[in-house]
Design a binder for this molecule. Sequence first.
Ligand SMILES: [Zn+2]
Ligand SMILES: [Zn+2]
Length: 345
Amino acid sequence: MQLYNTLSAKEREELIEKASKDRLTISFYTYAHIKNTEIFRNHLFIHWNEMEVLGRIYVAHEGINAQLSVPAENFEVFKNHLDSITFLENVRLNIAIEQNNKSFLKLKVKIRHKIVADGLNDDTFDVTNKGIHVGAEKFNELIEDPDTVLVDMRNHYESEIGHFKNAITPDVDTFRDSLDIIEEDLADHKEDKKLVMYCTGGIRCEKASAYYKHKGFKQVYQLEGGIIEYTRQVNSKNLENKFLGKNFVFDHRRGERISEDVIANCHQCGNPCDTHVNCANEACHLLFIQCEACATKMNNCCSYNCKEIHELPFEEQKKLRKGKHASNKIFKKGRSEVLKFKKSQ
Ligand SMILES: [Zn+2]
Ligand SMILES: [Zn+2]
């Protein structure tokens, strides 16, 4: 029985092109108690592989977090399959606004310790004691309230290209850092301020809101379904959009445009730009913002050093990498002293 990918990304890309079927990019998550993660993982892989689902899915004892792409014609079957799993019945699916048939090229279902790397010890507080979920309309109202403190629970490279007006955007690399900074900053306002938070699809706020309640915050709100669902509601209900710029997403598209504002700048020349790229030097792969002119000039690299390496014959590059850590596996997003125009927020 096939439990793992047999096609390379390139072969898959060609297949998708040939099939020319529309695909939907979908994400969902839920906290649940999953006893045997291995069996559950294999169950998903077997069924989803059959439905030609592609994507990155994390399964843990605490739940599931999935980003995937489904052929539109298989959506019904896929949805029925989800509904057949007790804790996934009627789970809210975030469907991407901009469709891209190549948002994922493989199906990877991975067993993880946690569904979000949050650095928190779950035993210390009750994750199910969450904040109040609000939809787009109520959220718009809340964030105009002078007693509200609006916090972006995402990392620096995400809020850099887009965030809500007047949001606090902690300059952090991890969720854990964000939690601490906010708690410290708002220590004197645990009772009198409304703590309103948001993230990409809502999952980080599930934990964060429970955490802050545990820490003594009295009025904790979270944007239901995150920026993705907010945008959907703003469009379908014709509400005012208070989000500026792009929503950073974790697939090949890297960002979904929500408003026409470009709030970031090219990290190499400083011109307005909000396009994230990865350095073309395989040994670097740094995530950063690069405009088209700089991409041409730098041959898609983050530095002259990387450009030099990238332009070497492949075999020479391999020799250079030998014995060194694969740095693209290290957490290295948008931080490098060569990027002169990277603003800290
Ligand atoms: Zn530039
Ligand atoms: Zn580089």
